[in-house]
Design a protein. Structure first.
Length: 440
């Protein structure tokens, strides 16, 4: 495989020594990066509207309070960030559950995020999903609404979310939901109302604490007899003002890996997540909801990795639909012999997927993050390399199942992508900063 190195705009463009259908050839220049948040920031997400305006959202923590911020660029540099949440401190940072931003066909900007509520007697907080919209191009935001439909009931976990807006303006939000699991846990292990979270933490987790129980490559065992977490999707038909009842897509899901949403040109809605199969096999699946349908079809495994892992890697899939209607999925697997990041394509609406192509592989690849963004008949991909503390963020373009690495940015984590119509927006997390660069 040929390897070439070019220098442009102060950034080295290089081919990655990867396996699979990955090659390097001349690509667009990566512009000098700008810093949107200098301290206390978590990983960003990115979006663009039909007119090419670019948006980056993130959560920043200062003085013990976490808030959501949005920065906008319209033809030039990004402006000063604005706070999205109307209630101060109504947010909680998490790498697998960042504040998600999307733009509707009419230019309305939507941001959805999670908050946290400490619950006496529980080791981990409950969370609700909050959404705010802006009808003036991200300059101001209306008071947030709660997306999950059980906010008035017993506290539970609603997180690892994603957001997409269809061409007709319908807003869809996906997440992992633990209400059924939490209700059963409380039935089996009722907590004294006076119990405190610090006291419970000191004593250790009670049996069946629902989320974050296992992560990375170790952790504490979940109670296998409790119901699994669910993938749920809710939609808003009034531009994000209200949301209807959520729909259960599937149960028994990996409880700490993010969901991903995408919409096809025909109006199909796709959602991807990591499912738990028998024997603690944790592979990525995709489900489709046809135009006009009220429910999602049965999930389809993207590839039978057969990764047996009794825990949660905190590495959810990325999903995109290109201009030809092909469904693209990128994901991490820790399966021996194929550890790393992979990409696969479906040409039949997510019913079947072709042979995966490697994005990043090696003898040892820790859980890493990958992002996708459609751009006409091709898709852009970006991922981080966590084999070293200062591993780079890599950018590639995908035509069908062919992957071309075109750029490598300096040290970074958790990349986010958005197609702007005449270019590409790449944002990432570096330490406690949010960085952004434009591709022309």
């Amino acid at each position: 495989m040929k390897t070439s190195v070019m220098i442009g705009a102060g950034v080295a463009l290089a081919a990655a020594a990867l396996t699979g259908a990955v090659v390097a050839r001349r690509g667009p220049a990566l512009a000098d990066a700008a810093t949107l948040a200098a301290t206390g920031a978590s990983n960003p997400t990115a979006a663009a509207d039909a007119k090419g305006a670019r948006y980056v959202a993130w959560i920043a923590t200062e003085g013990g309070a976490s808030n959501v911020y949005l920065a906008k660029a319209e033809g030039g540099a990004f402006g000063r960030p604005v706070r999205v949440n109307d209630r101060v401190g109504d947010a909680a940072p998490h790498e697998q559950a960042p504040a998600q931003v999307a733009a509707g066909p009419d230019g309305t900007v939507y941001v959805v995020w999670q908050n946290n509520t400490e619950i006496p007697g529980r080791r981990f907080p409950a969370s609700d999903l909050r959404l705010a919209r802006s009808t003036d191009g991200g300059r101001t935001f209306e008071p947030a609404v709660t997306v999950n439909d059980d906010a008035a009931g017993p506290p539970s976990s609603h997180t690892f979310h994603n957001l997409v807006v269809a061409k007709d303006g319908t807003v869809y939000v996906s997440w992992l939901d633990s209400r059924v699991r939490d209700a059963e846990r409380e039935r089996r292990h009722p907590r004294p109302a006076a119990a405190s979270a610090p006291a419970q933490a000191a004593a250790g987790p009670a049996a069946g604490d629902s989320v974050h129980m296992m992560h990375g490559h170790g952790g504490m065992a979940e109670d296998p007899t409790l119901p699994g977490s669910e993938v749920r999707v809710a939609k808003s038909a009034d531009g994000g003002k209200t949301f209807g009842p959520s729909v259960v897509v599937d149960g028994n899901v990996c409880p700490c890996c993010r969901t991903s949403l995408a919409v096809g040109a025909d109006g199909s809605i796709y959602v991807a997540w990591r499912k738990v199969y028998a024997g603690d096999v944790r592979d990525v699946v995709v489900a489709r909801m046809a135009p006009g349908a009220a429910a999602f079809e049965a999930p389809v495994r993207v590839h039978a990795d057969g990764w047996v892992f009794p825990g949660c890697p905190h590495a959810g899939p990325a999903l995109a639909v290109d201009g030809q209607g092909r469904v693209h999925v990128a994901w991490y697997t820790g399966k021996d012999g194929r550890q790393g990041l992979w990409h696969a394509v479906s040409a039949d609406g997510g019913r079947t997927f072709g042979r995966p192509a490697a994005l990043l592989t090696g003898k040892w690849v820790p859980p890493s993050q990958v992002a996708l963004a459609p751009d006409g008949d091709r898709v852009w991909a970006s991922w981080d390399d966590r084999r070293a503390a200062d591993g780079p963020v890599t950018l590639a373009r995908i035509d069908g199942d062919h992957v071309d690495v075109v750029a490598r940015e300096r040290a970074g984590r958790s990349p986010a992508l958005a197609s702007t119509g005449n270019g590409l927006l790449l944002a990432w997390h570096e330490g406690q900063t949010v960085r952004v660069s434009a591709l022309r």
